[in-house]
Each structure stands twice: as structure tokens, then as C-alpha cells.
Design a protein around this ligand. Sequence first.
Ligand code: GCU
Length: 620
Amino acid sequence: MKHYAFLRKLALSPRKIAGFLPCAVLLAAGVAWAAPVAVPIVLTGADRRPATSLNGEWASIVDPYFSGLFSFHHEEKANGWFLNRKAQSGDAFPTEYDFSKAPKLKVPGDWNTQRDSLFYYEGPIWYERDFSYQPKEKTRVFLHVGAANYHSWFWVNGTKVCEHEGGFTAFNCDVTAAVHSGANFVVAAVDNTRRQDNVPTLETDWWNYGGLTREVSLIEVPDHFIDQYDLHLSRGEGSVIEGWVHVVDAQPGAKVEVEIPELKAKATAEVSDGGRAAIHFDVKGLERWSPETPKLYKVEVRTGQDSISELMGFRIVETRGTEILLNGKPVFLRGICIHAEAPYRTGRAYSDKDAETLLGWAKELGANFVRLAHYPHDETMLRAADRMGLLVWSENPVYWAVQFDNPKVLAKAEQQLDEEINTYRNHAAIILWSMANETPNTEARTRFITTEATRARELDPTRLITAALLVRAEGHTKIVDDPLGKALDVIGTNEYIGWYEQKPETADATEWRVAYDKPMIMSELGGDAKAGLHGKDSERWTEEYQANIYRHQLGMLNRIPQLRGMSPWILMDFRSPNRPLFGIQDEFNRKGLISDQGQKKQAFFLLQKAYKEKTVGKAE
Ligand code: GCU
């Protein structure tokens, strides 16, 4: 049968026989012998590479007990559903699944909004898709997954190709050895079960959309290929582009070229031992990227048979005391928070259209900045932010109380941080890497996030590190002295005066005491309102009440000397299981300035006026 053909393929050697005996025994017992499976890799600019899309309808089987992978003794099965087996007449055992008869789920897309029966579903679901492929000489092929929430396993033609944890970052599985010419199939198991030691953990204020939530494709690269590269404008020397290009399995002395045809600028460098080539070249006449002038350049990155045509802007961001400098000039971040909730259809956002609509509304609001909460958003959002000229806060989903004293959880947070930074590092729009949101002030937490911040700085010293902190109060004084502030370049603080605490008017009497001589961003403020619900501005849930919160906030914000930005919570209403108030919330967090159906609330126009007339915030 199939398994033994597999053994034959391995050309058994005495050492191997020794090695495989246990596996043969295990196989006979129907227990999986886990051949070491390659760890998925991160590809920078994967969405700029030619690819064979695997988007569309996939067969799907809901498997709440995960019996497609685990036996009745919770051992991983050797003959699990990843084999996509078809029952044969005369089989000595039943095959109790058949993808060819299974209902479909669209990819990309969360499963919750595709089928009513899956709206609240949390657990494993199997996906299967057939595809044809022709292997090529000197060519490697990767299964590119834009995101799979939360824990996912992938097999090609029954061979396990990778496993991944984390629902909001892209990963790439090498399937070169698993594909063959002609008909192939890929099977995925995706489990969005929330667990204490996950990142994020059990509690979130967003819908736990499960599935293959972003695009899936096959990407071909030559044997020696570019997996990651970093190109940025040097902070020291204003007209110098520097960075590096990393080549996998580089030939000794391999050459790398980086060219910006529009600027007639080109650099050639040699790959060193570790596979990296250092890039450093002068560019004349470069127009720096900014919200006012979101200039993007075509950038060719080449080595050997491999090349990537990037589209990117060049700008410098830094701090000076309590100022944030963009291209050397102080800037005030007129922002808004955004969840990756799709406008109108709801569900996890992923498309160019979702990005255009959400960021279009932010531009209409008069924003030059968006906080993409609380996890890395789809690359379509970042491409659109680069194009539309919106500065971005991008966040690692260390949200509320993850297990800060659990080293495994730190490793998961670091893995997701690496994937976020290494995938998104060339987006000029991103100026801030956020390490966390509203975490409890404990030593374990401060150690955990300080470690994360140090890693982020090592990975990318060209951007600013921040986090959204909780603040404490003494009477009408808000005090920002969370020890985590030491590890940050920019302090983010969340407050809900007028909603979770006190009255909207209380903001008029509220003073802020900030223990850090650093730029500060009010990373959340606001209150809920049901679009179209009207009344006195003292009546909760009305548009008038929400607008009243904003009216009093603006005055307070202007009294905070080092405030260099703000991102009210939130651009658009989004689904949350914590919000059951029927007739008003209906499982939506209604703090949006716009409803999920695009209705703009009074507060939208109030903030728009302040942003357009620049009556809130001081850059210096
Ligand atoms: C918190 C949190 C958000 C949440 C918001 C709210 O501050 O960061 O994720 O949605 O408050 O309560 O509406």
C-alpha cells in the first residue's frame, strides 16, 4: 500500500533500516511516524513574485474532534485525512471521509461568515484542493499562505510539508519534494481553537475568524533565490540607500544587484558567508515618501536566475526628544484605529477592495496615520497605505494577558514578530512596530515585552518601537508611568474617558502626567454609538453621546505637551463576541465612526473637521 511505496522511495540503507524500524512498527500500528517537517520560511515581497493562485473553492470537512488527524488515543494518525484517500472496493477498513463530496469554502476567507452553521465555530476544519503542476529543472516551489488562523498543518499529495502557529502572518512551505507532474492535491487542517498559551490568548475583543483567511498560491523560485531583503534610506546620510539582500543556498561570490531605473541608480554587491549581501549606494534626485507625496519607485532586486520587482518608497523616521520626525520634519499623527473587518460583507478583510474602502475612509477623515489593530493586517492594506500615503502602526498580537511567564509563549510571540517584520520591512508606510496592547503591569510582562522590543530593534533599527499602555489615575490626573515605557521609543496610551470611566465632560478637567520624555500617541479613545440612533448627548449609544465624547477629548488632547499623535478607537464597527446588547450592539463593537454598512456617524464629521483644520495636535 501507499506507505510501503513511500519506504521504497527512501531507498533503504542499513542505517535507514535501523532508523525506520520503529516507523515501520508505528505505521503498521497506524500511528504517524513524523518525518522531520521543514519549518515554513518567510519571503519578503512574496506578493511581487509570479505565482499560481490556489484561491477559490476548496472542499471542506468540519472536524470538531480532530479525528482526521488524531486516533481515539489522541495519537497522530498515519492514515489521517491528509491522505485524501478514496475508498477502494474490498477495503479491509472503512474510509469515513471524502473530500470530493464535501461542501466548499472560499479561500481566501474566514469560514464564520461563509456558513451560518460555522458562525460561532471554533475548532479544526479540513480543506482540500486539487491542482496540476509540472516540476521544472533547478526550480523550487513553495506553498505561500497569506495567513491561516490559528494553528495549521499542510500536506501535499499526502506528505506533510509544514505546520504553523499564528493567525496573522504569511508563511511559505517548501513543497518541491512533494509535488509531481500532473494532478496533485493539497490538504490543510486549520484549527482556530483559542488556548491559554496562544498569542493572542483566550480573551480578545474581536471575532475569532477561522480559516485560510488570506490568499494561497504556489511560488516558483530558482535553486538559489532571494528570500529576504531590506532597503531603506540611511538615517545618517540622507541620499544613501542601504540595507541587505539575503540569498538562500548562495553560490560563493554570488553577485546581487539592486537597481532603481527611474533614478539611474544601481548597486552591485557580493554575497558573504551567511548569504547576505550588504547594500549601500548613493541616489540622486530621490523624492522622499510622505503622506503628502507618497512617491513609490520600481526597485529591481536580482541575483543569478532570480529577480523581484519591488515597488517601494523611501523615507526616514526618527524621534528627537518628544518629537517624531518624518524626513527630518516634526509630524503630528492624525490617525484612526482599524480592525481587519471587511466593510459591508463583514468577516476578515483581505482584498484590495477592502483596503481601498477602509483606507479611503481614513483619508476622507483627514487622517495621515492608521493604527492597524491588534495584529499584522493583510499586505494589501500595506500596499494601499504606501500608495495612498498613510503612516502605519503595525502590531504583534500580544494582546491583554498572554502567558508572560511561559518561555514557549515568548517564542511564539517572537516567531510572529519575525514573520511580521521580515515580510513587511520594505513598506515605507510602516513607521511603528507595536509590541503589545493593554498588558498588565507585572514584572514578567515587562521582561517579556522588553525582550520583544530588543528583538524588533535588532531586526529593524530603522523604525520606532511602541506599545499601547494602560494608564492609571489619581483623581482627574492620568499618570503614564508604566515601567514598560522605558523599552519604547514612542509611548502609546489607551483611555476611555466618557465611556468606561467618568463622563465625556470629565476630559475638560483631566490632566496628564507622563513620566517619559518621549513622544506620546493616544492610541485609543472613544465610545459606542449605534448609527442612526439619536437623542440627547447625555444618552449612551446615541450618535450625539459619541460625538460629545470626541468634542471634550480634543480639548484635553491639546493640553498634553508631548502628544504627537492620536488614533481613536475605531474607524468602523467590527464584530466582537463580547458585545451581545441586542438591538444596539448585536455582537458588534459599535465604537466605529462609521457603521459596518458604511453609515458615517456624527463623530466622524466632528473629527474630520478637527483633522482638516488641524485644530488638534501639535507636531512640536
Ligand atoms: C480596548 C482594546 C480594544 C477594545 C476596546 C473596547 O481598549 O484595546 O481591543 O476593542 O478597548 O473596549 O472597545
